[in-house]
Ligand binder design. Sequence first.
Ligand code: GDP
Ligand code: MG
Length: 182
Amino acid sequence: MDDDHEEGEEYLFKIVIIGDSAVGKSNLLSRYARNEFNLHSKATIGVEFQTQSIDIDGKEVKAQIWDTAGQERFRAVTSAYYRGAVGALIVYDISRRTTFDSVGRWLDELNTHSDTTVAKMLVGNKLDLENIRDVSVEEGKSLAEAEGLFFLETSALDSTNVKKAFEMVVRDIYNNVSRKVL
Ligand code: GDP
Ligand code: MG
């Protein structure tokens, strides 16, 4: 069924995670890639990435997921960070409105450094902090609709929707690529 692909051909997709400091970017990645969560994680400086293998319809797809690793505190996420990205998670913290207000700025930056076909997921993290929620689900949803983004609320703390958030992006990229090949 897959005659367009050489035997053993690999799919490797670069995905970046962006959003304000302390929204939970590093913990979303560590929860997804290593099933780890850190209550007092400190931002380390310098870019880091993790490579994760995902099975999509029997095909092995690799996602190389990049974490800003603290660069964003200095508004210094470089163009190298975005280079070659085909997917992005734009993360805010549902308990901190200022982080939601920043989403537009992150989208602008992403659009400046990458092309428009990047698969984008808006992620409202810290869903476990429902009792101090500061951004409604509807607000997240309508922003995502207006900007053409996927949308999920997640919790890196209790794992809600974490796998789904990454894998919906990977699946969308894969579908676009295989559509082009056919
Ligand atoms: P980053 O700066 O965006 O990479 O954020 P971190 O992953 O370093 O997380 C910042 C802080 O938020 C840390 O104290 C984490 O323990 C906490 N945190 C991250 N994700 C969650 C979550 O889903 N729920 C809760 N309650 N805290 C979280
Ligand atoms: Mg971090």
